[in-house]
Design a protein around this ligand. Structure first.
Ligand code: IPD
Ligand code: CA
Ligand code: CA
Length: 271
């Protein structure tokens, strides 16, 4: 499959996506630290606010107007599925629990895939005004500056991040074994609560690696492309290249990848 820049490119799509992420980000910023209407989804810890929904409405309606033939997959369910060459994959507010608590770590994140493969990713942190953009085959940028993963070569020198599923109270395979294994063997494992930014931070060299289980496509689509385009590596827990449909992701600077996979495998083998 041809995967160079032209393969993915639609005229103005990158600028359109950036502008849209900034507009949705402004909406998130305006609603931050206000009182919110909280509803519950899969469990009592899985929240959605009126701001998630307003951000999604803005994103979906604007994309529909501009690209009516494209599919849209969006977390709060207002997309239109169905066969299409291009699909937009959207998380209108990644880090909803943080947002609802006034914890300043959240983003709007969107990606465009062609034939199921992400080719454009945009993640915007509106509080820091940090715009992460990746286009397949052309690299990744933060506010226009090229991004590169870190050079850390040993897990013991690494700063990692992870996250936990909303089903963590009821599933046995809930990532605590992996967390307990890695925490004492690294400089730290952060659980900051927004997968899109965790991966953007790996791309930016602020983190050396990240892993998580049971992510949805809107959580990883832009982030995985950012890491790859910044020179990093993204795989499943088995080390095979990352592909849509897999449910365990490991993203790193590449240098620590094999060792990180070994540690995760050890954790899963048990005591
Ligand atoms: C969640 C965050 C969190 C991750 C969860 C995601 P949401 O997304 O990215 O860091 O651990 O797996 O579901 O619900 O805030 O959009
Ligand atoms: Ca999310
Ligand atoms: Ca979300």
């Amino acid at each position: 499959m041809q995967t160079n820049r032209m393969w993915c490119r639609i005229k103005n799509m990158r600028d359109f996506a950036i502008d849209l992420a900034r507009r949705a980000g402004a909406l998130l910023r305006a609603g931050y630290e206000q009182a919110h209407t909280i509803e519950y989804k899969s469990s009592v810890i899985d929240l959605v606010t009126e701001v998630d929904r307003a951000s999604e409405a803005l994103l979906v309606n604007t994309i529909r107007q501009q690209f009516p033939e494209h599919a849209i997959l969006s977390e709060e369910g207002h997309g239109n599925h169905g066969p299409a060459l291009y699909a937009w994959i959207i998380d209108p507010l990644d880090g909803t629990v943080n947002y609802a608590h006034g914890f300043p770590f959240f983003s709007v994140t969107l990606a465009v895939s062609r034939d199921g493969l992400p080719c454009l990713g945009v993640t915007y942190d509106p509080l820091r005004d940090e715009l992460f953009v990746a286009e397949r085959g052309t690299g990744a940028t933060l506010n226009g500056r090229p991004l590169h993963v870190s050079k850390t070569s040993r897990v013991q020198d690494a700063l990692l991040a992870t996250g936990f599923s909303y089903a963590r109270a009821i599933i046995k395979d809930n990532n605590l074994a992996e967390f307990n294994r890695l925490m004492p063997r690294t400089r730290g494992v952060r659980r900051a609560g927004a997968a899109s930014l965790d991966m953007a931070y790996v791309a930016a060299g602020r983190l050396d690696g990240y892993w998580e289980m049971y992510l949805a496509p809107w959580d990883w689509a832009a982030g995985a492309l950012l890491v790859e385009e910044a020179g990093g590596v993204v795989t499943g827990f088995d080390g095979k290249p990352w592909q849509p449909g897999r449910d365990r992701i490991v993203a790193s600077n590449g240098h620590i990848h094999a060792e990180l996979l070994r540690e995760l495998a050890e954790a899963r083998r048990g005591p």
